[in-house]
Design a protein around this ligand. Structure first.
Ligand code: PEP
Length: 247
């Protein structure tokens, strides 16, 4: 199955208007990448980035399950779509940890993303204690069962495997461990969603840098990356985009 690679950046709570210059620089350096490129800036920059970007797609970092209403400080998938977003991250481990989001919450947010016409980037991943206890495969399988709604397709869903202990730490699982997890995820999704599972892209996330991107993209069932820190600067993210274009 020919799944086009996706280089996705998560700016988290970083990025003022001046940071839009990174988008201009990235597009100047990679005007026609042979992969999909997505940046998820803070909500304050979604509209301006969508206006400025020519090649890069823009996404949100979270959405509420409801389409509108009395939810101060939250953002609906419909509002992200109206601002020019084409995707939204749901269930990032920082949301799960900081806001107590459960698999059921993530499942509802993924359905909200689809309702608004957005691609849901659904995040899963084990903690270091869970990996040390030999529970990584079971934990991720359980998160997938709870977080991925029926109806997931290659067109509306991307799954990001992000081991919590690898995010922002400089630690990366071995390539063999990434392969084992991504192969497992493909089998789990196949069991729950049938043949359509072959079309869904699986990203690896956690301390991806220009220096390790190519070897990670060569791993079985890795269809791209979700990148935090190294997505903030065009020079760094450009190296990852280049690796995804070659892989
Ligand atoms: C992330 O937060 O999704 C992430 C992968 O961060 P980093 O690349 O900085 O580890």
């Amino acid at each position: 199955m020919g799944r086009r690679k996706l280089a996705a950046g998560n700016w988290k709570m970083n990025g003022v208007k001046a940071a839009l210059g990174e988008i201009t620089a990235l597009e100047a350096a990679h005007p026609a990448p042979d992969c999909d490129v997505l940046i998820c800036p803070p909500a304050t920059l979604v509209a301006a980035m969508a206006d400025a970007a020519k090649v890069i797609s823009v996404g949100g970092q979270d959405c509420h399950a409801a389409a509108s209403g009395a939810h101060t400080g939250d953002i609906a998938a419909e509002l992200l779509a109206d601002a020019g977003a084409s995707a939204v991250i749901v269930g990032h481990s920082e949301r799960r940890a900081d806001h107590g989001e459960t698999d059921a919450d993530v499942n509802a947010k993924a359905q909200a993303a689809w309702r608004a016409g957005l691609i849901a980037i659904i995040c899963v991943g084990e903690t270091e204690a869970q990996r040390d206890a030999g529970q990584a495969l079971a934990v991720v399988g359980g998160q997938m069962a709870g977080s991925i709604p029926q109806g997931a397709t290659g067109a509306n869903t991307v799954i990001a495997y992000e081991p919590v202990w690898a995010i922002g730490t400089g630690k990366v699982p071995t390539l063999a461990d990434i392969a084992q997890m991504h192969d497992h995820m493909r089998a789990v999704l196949g069991a729950s969603h049938g043949a359509e599972a072959d079309a869904v892209r699986f990203l690896y996330g956690g301390s991806v840098k220009p220096g390790n991107a190519a070897e990670i993209f060569a791993v079985s069932n890795v269809d791209g990356a979700l990148v935090g820190g190294a997505s903030l600067k065009a020079a760094d993210f450009g190296g990852i985009v280049a690796a995804a274009s070659e892989g």
